[in-house]
Design a protein around this ligand. Structure first.
Ligand SMILES: [Zn+2]
Ligand SMILES: [Zn+2]
Ligand SMILES: [Zn+2]
Length: 253
């Protein structure tokens, strides 16, 4: 039996940087560095120069690829390296060789998702990189605690990710009714059997009191909403102005 020596490019290498223009992975060549901005082969360098001129008013000469992480360069020079598709967070599970990516992307097409905080639009991996740069505080993973201020009404939206699954978590709090709504909307296409887990703590009293909500088994589908509705007064969390939340989507497949 032939030993497989394929090397999957790990997320921390693949996602350490992205194209300055389109926010996609730096996996389509030629990759160029213009005035310190790394541009992927999907984007037109002329557009990059225009964008830089608009932003800075000038640009210096082309530079070598100083912004391309050395670790990624290491994988790129190994022909056995395999890369997750740029549409991985939308539902494509393909693992591709660097030389096959451009062709694959011609027919692996997914609808863009709009950023709820600004005018940006993109597929899941672009959104993730966009949030990393522009809305860092609204990124969530299953272990990330986030704070909720119960002294006034608010609404907030988070981008949650677990592996190749992403969804929006929208929160609405109405102070006068002490009502908190947690709305999950999947971005990743397809159907998955999952449970939503929400845990709430009083800030500073993690050991004293924790309120956990585990939803029923859900057949979660993209673009459909799943809502958990909580009356904060009823769960005795209102003694502190802040509560600490943790959110998770537990897959049952
Ligand atoms: Zn690009
Ligand atoms: Zn694909
Ligand atoms: Zn945005």
């Amino acid at each position: 039996m032939e030993l497989t020596t394929s090397k999957l490019v790990p997320d921390e290498v693949l996602e350490a940087s992205s194209c300055h223009l389109c926010y996609k992975y730096l996996t389509v060549t030629p990759i160029q560095s213009i005035d310190g901005c790394t541009i992927c082969g999907r984007c037109n360098p002329k557009t990059a120069i225009k964008a830089i001129l608009q932003f800075h008013g000038s640009f210096s000469s082309d530079q070598p690829l100083k912004d391309l992480p050395v670790s990624l360069l290491g994988y790129m020079t190994n022909p056995k390296s395999l890369y997750p598709c740029v549409n991985r967070l939308d539902g494509c599970g393909e693992l591709l060789k660097l030389t096959d990516i451009e062709k694959h992307e011609e027919y692996c097409l997914y609808e863009d998702t709009s950023c709820p905080k600004c005018s940006f639009k993109g597929v899941g991996s672009q959104l993730w990189q966009h949030f990393k740069r522009h809305h860092q505080k609204s990124l969530l993973c299953s272990s990330t605690p986030f704070y909720v201020d119960l002294s006034q009404s608010f609404q907030e939206v988070y981008l949650f990710r677990k592996g190749d699954f992403v969804c929006w978590l929208k929160m609405f709090y109405q102070e006068e009714f002490s009502q908190c709504l947690f709305q999950t909307t999947c971005v990743t296409r397809g159907t998955r059997r999952s449970k939503i887990k929400l845990s709430l703590n009083m800030d500073g009293f993690a050991d004293v009191y924790e309120y956990v909500v585990l939803s029923n088994q859900l057949e979660m589908r993209d673009k459909r909403d799943y809502v958990i509705n909580l009356k904060i007064d009823d769960i005795h969390l209102k003694e502190t102005p802040f509560i600490v939340c943790k959110y998770d989507v537990v897959s049952l497949d």
